[in-house]
Structure formats: C-alpha cells, structure tokens
Design a protein around this ligand. Sequence first.
Ligand code: ADP
Length: 453
Amino acid sequence: MALFGKKTAGDTAASTTSSKELLATYELAVKSISDGVMVIDSSKNATLVNPAMLQIAGWGNDDAIGLNYKSILNLLDANDNQPTDVDSPIEVAFSTKKLFECKSCKVLTKHSGERVPVFLAVIPSGDNLVVTVRDITKELEEDREKTEFVSTASHEMRTPVASIEGYLGLALNPETATIDERAKAYLGKAHEASQHLGRLFQDLLDVTKLDDQHIKIDPHLTDVVALARNVFEGQAERVHEKGLNYIFLPDQNVSGERTIAPVLYAKVDQDFLRESVDNLIENATKYTPQGAIEVNVTADDNNIVLSVKDSGIGIAPEDLSHIFQKFYRADNSDTREIGGTGLGLYISRKRTEDTGGRMWAESEYQKGSTFFISIPRLSNREADELKKLEATRAAMMQGEDTQLNPFTGQVSAKAIPEASNYRPVAAPETPPAQPVSTPQAQTPAVTEAPQVT
Ligand code: ADP
C-alpha cells in the first residue's frame, strides 16, 4: 500500500479529509517513536521536531518549531569538538544533497550540558532535510561490557592454557619424559590443540584491545625497507623448513643479482607494521604447499607499498572480499586441514589502518595471493626534520643535551623544538621513485554509507 496517494482531479471532500487523517496518523507515528526526528527547511529552520528529539537535545517540552536547527540540536564530534559549517553533518548534507551518517557524534544537551552519544542520519528530501538521532548510550555500554568480558576471559584462560602447553611439551620431549608411541600421538594432538587455543586467546585479546582503542600508537621515523628485511629474516628458518623459495626483492635487481636497496622512510608505529608484515609472511608460508614467497617494498613520491606474494592455494573470489572480517576463514578442501583463528588479517588490517596505512589483497584461486600494505612516504627532508626532532625529544627525556640517533649516529640537540614546529614540507629532495604498480583495493564486503565519521 502506498503511504501517500496522489490527488487526482476527481478527488472528493471525503478523500481530502482522509488525507488529513492520514497526515495526522503519520504525525502521531513520528511523535511516538523513540528516535529523535527533526525536519529542517531550506531556511535552516525546524518545521517538525518530535518529542524524542526534544528530549535528547535537552529541551523538555519547550516548543522548538520555527527555530534555527542550531539552537535546537547542538552536535559535537567524537572528540567533543563543535563542528564548523564546513564539516557539520547537517551543513554537508545541505550542500551535497547526499545522505550523511555519523556513528560517533554526540549531542550536547541544552540545560545539563551532558554529552549524549548518538547515531545521526541526515537525509535530504527535496529542499528539506530529515534529521534522525538515536541515543546509543546503552548500546555502547553493552559493547564495552562485552569487550571487557572477552578480554578478561581470554586473559584469565591464557595462563592455564600456557601451562598445559608447557607440560605437554615436556611430556613429548624425550629428554624430559619417557612415553610409548601411542601416548606420544595422543599428547601430540593435545599439544597442537593447546597451541591453537593459546593463539586464539592471544588473538582475542589483541582484537578487544584494538577495538576498544586500548592500544597506544607510537609512531616513529622508520626505514621501511630495513624493517621489512628484518621481519623477512626472522621468518626465514620456518619458510626454508617448508622447502619454499624465499626472496627479498629490494636486495636484488631484475636478473636476481644482489643490489643496494633504497632507503624509504615513513612515520609509523614500528611494532604495528612489524606485526602486520610478520602475519602476512606467516600466512603466505601456511597457505603455500610449494613454490615461492616474495617480499617486496616499492614506492612512488607519496606512498610506500610492501607486498607479500605467494604461489600458494589462492583465495576464491567469493572469499576474497571477506577475509579481513573477524573470524572469517575460507572453507574448502585446501584450507580445512590448515589451522587458524580467522583473526590474523582482521588484526593486521586494523593495525595497518591505525598507523595510517591501507591493506588489501589480490588472489587467483589455486595460483597464489599477494597482500599489500601501503603507507604514506616521507620525503628525505621530512625524514631529516623528524630525525632531529626525535633525537632532541629523546635527549630531553634523558635530561641530556645529546643523544645517539640510530639512523645517523651522534646528534647534538641543544634546543628543544615544540611538536608544532614540525611541518611536513613538499618533497623537492625526494630521490627518484621506484615504479609502483599499486593495484586497486578490493571493494569492502560491507557497503558503507556515503560519509561516515
Ligand atoms: P587464519 O588464522 O585463518 O589464517 P587470517 O585472518 O590470517 O586467519 O586469514 C583469514 C583467511 O584468509 C584464512 O583462513 C585463509 O582462508 C585466507 N588466507 C589468508 N592468507 C592467505 C594466503 N596467503 N593464501 C591463501 N589464503 C589466505
């Protein structure tokens, strides 16, 4: 049934009355819902404000019709800042005429000054805007409690599982225990399962910390090629044990001869980047029964791209758009025997994004996969400035006026610049960039609203 019928030439007084009734019914419906609703006209005045909106905005029963929307709804962003006319969701929706959603906005209430977390949607309708606001205080609290429970449970269970794993290891070690072959086989299986459980608890802890923004991000000047080489070398034994070819491309030219790798700088959290690359190489090893793994680092003026390419089992197109989701594992005859939690890529992508990068994958089923991490590149001049700033800060922390810089050796640091003195500058001194063929990111599986802050 259509909500509003079109008036035709033959409409009678009775049908006009029924339109009025219909309108009154809709008004009643809008009044009775628990989400706040406000309609704003092209002069930016409210033409409809339902009681829930008045309550969330802290207006009580005062009449707000006809007032400018700003005097009714005082919006704040996630950091409690008042949006300007340029970034205000309502102003943006007025100028773009597109739906705007904000999952992390707040409403500053009129009388008590309380900050109410809300889900805000601004929906253009002709020259008007329909603004809906849902108080998500309870949802956030439930999420927080859930996260806290998972985090506490994982933490508490990790310790006994580590102990079980340790004792099973001792039982399986011929130097510490003597057991018959059958017991060895059983205990071997128990050992594997306890290792899997330990990994799952660790991953769950990491996920809850990342989701809850509990992890402090500590970005520093980083030589990305050196970091990638270090992670590459750390995994060499495991990859070689599996009989795979293992190549670090920045140290080789096209004919495979040794060459001098470029120095490419970025400002990133080194632990985050290290763990993400480590996870990609670990996955490449796990999902490649034979063939090769190639690790590469390339760059253009703006970005550095790390890639881990394998000739493994590949990922079917229907799985590819889901593999970065929590607990997602491709389920087919190739993967069934390979252990995992389905959390590694979610954690790696989150860590990469938290440190200012992007992660995506390309794959051909049964041929192999390539995973990419792209991070903003610093020019040589920016890197130099940051190097001096970090050295000075380190000296200040130690109460000295000189400090050894790991990149350059000794650096004297007498003045202590303010953080705001550091301004990224254009990159005239950037060395010639290596060509990069940056593939397009995979379309995320979840379609997002046009703009979500
Ligand atoms: P898991 O612990 O299952 O490896 P991840 O989050 O690291 O969890 O990966 C999610 C899924 O993506 C895996 O279960 C696997 O199906 C697929 N996958 C990840 N890396 C590769 C790869 N290099 N080759 C093939 N499939 C992969």
